[in-house]
Write a protein that binds this ligand. Sequence first.
Ligand code: KG4
Ligand code: ZN
Length: 414
Amino acid sequence: MLILNKTAGVFSKPSKRNMYEFLRSFNFHPGKLFLHKLVLGIETSCDDTAAAVVDETGNVLGEAIHSQTEVHLKTGGIIPPVAQQLHRENIQRIVQEALSASKVSPSELSAIATTIKPGLALSLGVGLSFSLQLVDQLKKPFIPIHHMEAHALTIRLTNKVEFPFLVLLISGGHCLLALVRGVSDFLLLGKSLDIAPGDMLDKVARRLSLIKHPECSTMSGGKAIEHLAKQGNKLHFDFKPPMQRAKNCDFSFSGLHHIIDKMIMQKEKEEGIEKGQILSSAADIAAAVQHTVACHIAKRTHRAILFCKQRDLLCQSNAVLVVSGGVASNLYIRKALEIVTNATQCTLLCPPPRLCTDNGIMIAWNGVERLRAGLGILHSTEGIRYEPKCPLGADISKEVGEAAIKVPQLKMKI
Ligand code: KG4
Ligand code: ZN
C-alpha cells in the first residue's frame, strides 16, 4: 500500500488511518471487473503535473491535471526548481484523482507509463521517482515514454489513423516534423535549429507585456498573441519568414524574435512609452508575428509532404498530416496548414485542444500502444534514468536538405 510523504516527495509507510483512507478511496466499486488492460500514465516533463487511466480500447477512464502556467506567467518563464517543487506538491494528489475518477484501484492496472524524456531534468525526475516507487510497490510493468512520441500518437486515440503518417509537433519546447511509421518507428525530417515557436511567441508576448492586457492576463503567450492578433492588421508590419533559401525542413525562430524585439523597441520610442507599457500597435505586431510564424511552419511542412511523396514514404493521395503540441491549438496556424494540405491532397488532423497540450491521457495512450505492440515494457526498472535531451527517431534531415525540393508558392489568404 502506498502513501506519499508530501514534504519529502517519497513514499513512506502509511499510518493506520491513512491506510484506511487510501483503501476507502479506491473501494467504491466492489466487484467491478475490467475486461480490458488498463494503463496509468504520468506526465511531469515540463510544467504540467498530469495523470490518466486509459484502457486498451482507448476509453479514458479518469484523468487529472495541475497546470503551473499561472505561477510561471508571474515569474516570466519557467524556473526549474519552482516547477520541481510544484510537481512534488501535486503529483500524489493528481495520480490519486485520476485513479479515483477512473474507479480503478492500483492493483487493477496492467502497467504504469511515465514520461522519462525529453524535458526539464528536475521535472522529469519527480515523475520518474514517483512512478518507480509506485511500480515497485504494486509490482507492475513500467513503460518509459518519450514525450514527443506520445504527442505524435495521440491522434490514434481520437481518430482512426493508420501508419505511416506525417506529424508536425509545435509547442513551447519542441518543433519537429517526422514521419511516423510505427509506434516507435520515426523518421525525423526536420527540427528547429534554435528555439521552438511557442517559446518565441511566449517571449514576444512577454516583451509586449500582454500579461498586463485585461483580455490576456491569464493566457499563455501563444494564446495571447492569437487573441490579440484578431484585433490587429498583419499588413502594418512586414516580417520576412526565416530560412527562405534553405531548402530543407528545419525551422528557426530566434532570428525572427530578435527582429521583432528591435521593432518593438523602435515602436516604443515612436509612441514615447516605457518598456513594460502596452503599445498601441501591439495587436498589429501580434497579427504580423502570427502570420510570419504560420507561413514559416506551412512552408517547411509543405516541403516535408513533397519529400515523403517523392520517396514513396507517404501515400500519393489521402496522406495524413497530424499537427499537435500547444501551438497546434492556434487556429490561424491550422488554417495556414489547411491551405498546404488542400494543395497536396492530404488530410489535416489535429487532436482536440486539451489533448494538444501536455496531459496524462497521451502518456497512458502511448503506454497502451506500446503494450499492444509489445514494445519497451520493463519488468525491471534497474538503471532507468530520465533523459532531458533525446532525439525522436532516425534523423534524415540532411537527406531532406540534399533533396533541395522547391516548394511552389501558395497564396496564404487566411
Ligand atoms: O505542448 P505545451 O502545452 O507544452 C510544451 O511546450 O511542451 O505547449 C505550450 C506552448 C506555449 O509556448 C504556449 O504559448 C503555446 O504552446 N500555445 C499557443 C497557443 N496556446 C498555447 N501558441 C499559439 N497559439 C495558441 N493558441
Ligand atoms: Zn508537450
